[in-house]
Design a protein around this ligand. Structure first.
Ligand SMILES: *Cc1c(COP(=O)(O)O)cnc(C)c1O
Length: 393
């Protein structure tokens, strides 16, 4: 098995998959998409066969059905399926007319795609540091990032935890900024009872396989309450065209395909349950790891099951490298989200940030560690991770 380096989704290849105890070892994958597939297999194969039989490969009835069911799940007026979560950000900015010369405020600690979506639209991401307890954007730093060019703010509900949308909305209204929510890690998480993604002009979703709602390939969607913005996204994703061969505006090719939509529609029915299972697993981790906080381990703030859907379970430790190696030796897979802030890396030098630009982001980047987290994680797997962690702390 190899780990996809960026977001740590394991790919099953030659590695034999097994559960339970083997010579005292409990294999704990970082995420277990195979167990989930086996539980859904019959349903998934039936649905994909239907797509193939109807040759409804791109933007067919399955996409329409999923768009409607996801909109209903979110409590949004409209959902438009697109090719992936990076495009859903890009198209959101384009639909809002945000482009060259415009700035968008984002947290410094996030997956790189948050920035790529803005850059693809021709605009400039302006970063703010995060709060070290929530790992979310530090709302007190927002004023300092404002310039006359600021057009939007993109809160990222990182690790599955909802941002304080009262703070974000108040700031956005005061300065007439659009809100584009990066909901790639927070499908179904709520703030004050309302789904993340439904506060802004757009909520931008990714259905990358490892997300809380994941396809079996790439996929994405945007939700909005505006009929006009919804039509705009539908044109932009399809060559800027509503009527075949008429192109009143420039567009992209960024569509959701029927197979992914059919699978997503099946998986959506389980999302609330899966999110609850993730939260329950997080509570177990927190209870069992609490004694280790005396030895320097930092636990995530659990919040309510509504507010935190634990896409990732992230702790902080000293001597992370040693701990990861010890866990790996014991068949416990871990990840780091994210080890080196993107703004310090080659592709993003032009943004002009330097080491020290965002001290909280840089400090936690050297200490964070993501433990195995997926809905099906068992009690014995959690116990095993805790046992192996305590051995080296
Ligand atoms: C996964 C992710 C994205 C990008 O989604 P893709 O579908 O991989 O393009 C954007 N933002 C965040 C925070 C993500 O985790």
């Amino acid at each position: 098995m190899t780990l996809r380096e960026d977001i740590g989704v394991p790919h099953y290849s030659a590695r034999t998959h097994y559960h339970g105890t083997m010579g005292g070892l409990v294999f704990v994958p970082f995420i277990d998409l195979k167990t989930q597939y086996l539980a859904l297999k019959d349903e998934v194969l039936r649905a994909t066969d239907e797509v193939f039989s109807q040759t409804a490969f791109i933007l067919g009835p399955q996409v329409k059905r999923f768009e409607e069911s996801f909109a209903q799940f979110l409590g949004a007026q409209y959902v438009a399926g697109v090719a992936n979560g990076t495009d859903s950000l890009t198209l959101s900015y384009q639909a809002l007319g945000i482009g060259p010369g415009d700035e968008v405020i984002i947290p410094a600690h996030t997956f790189v795609a948050t920035a790529i979506g803005i850059l693809n639209a021709g605009a400039t991401p302006v970063l703010v540091d995060i709060d070290e307890n929530t790992y979310l954007m530090d709302y007190d730093k927002l004023e300092g990032a404002l310039t006359p060019q600021t057009k939007a703010i993109c809160p990222v509900h990182l690790y599955g935890r909802a941002c304080d949308m009262d703070r974000v909305s108040t700031f956005a209204h005061r300065h007439s900024l659009a809100i584009v929510e990066d909901t790639a890690q927070s499908h179904g998480a709520r703030w004050a009872g309302k789904c993340t993604g439904t506060f802004g002009a757009f909520g931008s979703f990714s259905f990358y396989p490892g997300k809380n709602l994941g396809a079996y390939g790439d996929g994405g969607a945007v939700c909005t309450d505006s009929a006009e913005l919804n039509s705009k996204i539908r044109r932009l994703r399809n060559y800027g065209s509503e009527i075949k061969y008429e192109h009143p505006e420039r567009g992209a090719n960024s569509r959701l395909d029927g197979v992914q939509a059919a699978i997503l529609d099946i998986k959506l029915r389980h999302l609330a349950k899966w999110n609850a299972q993730r939260h329950a697993a997080a509570i177990k981790y927190i209870e069992r790891l609490k004694p280790l906080t005396e030895r320097g381990l930092v636990l995530p703030d659990p919040r309510s099951a509504d507010e935190h859907v634990f896409h990732l379970f992230v702790i902080q430790v000293e001597q992370r490298q040693q701990i990861m190696e010890h866990l790996a030796k014991n068949e416990v897979q871990t990840g780091i989200h994210y080890p080196v802030p993107f703004y310090l890396q080659g592709g993003y030098k032009e943004l002009g940030y330097k080491p020290g630009s965002f001290p909280v982001t840089e400090r936690i980047a050297s200490r964070i560690l993501s433990l195995p987290m997926f809905p099906e994680i068992s009690d014995s797997q959690i116990d095993f991770v805790v046992e192996k962690l305590s051995e080296c702390l």
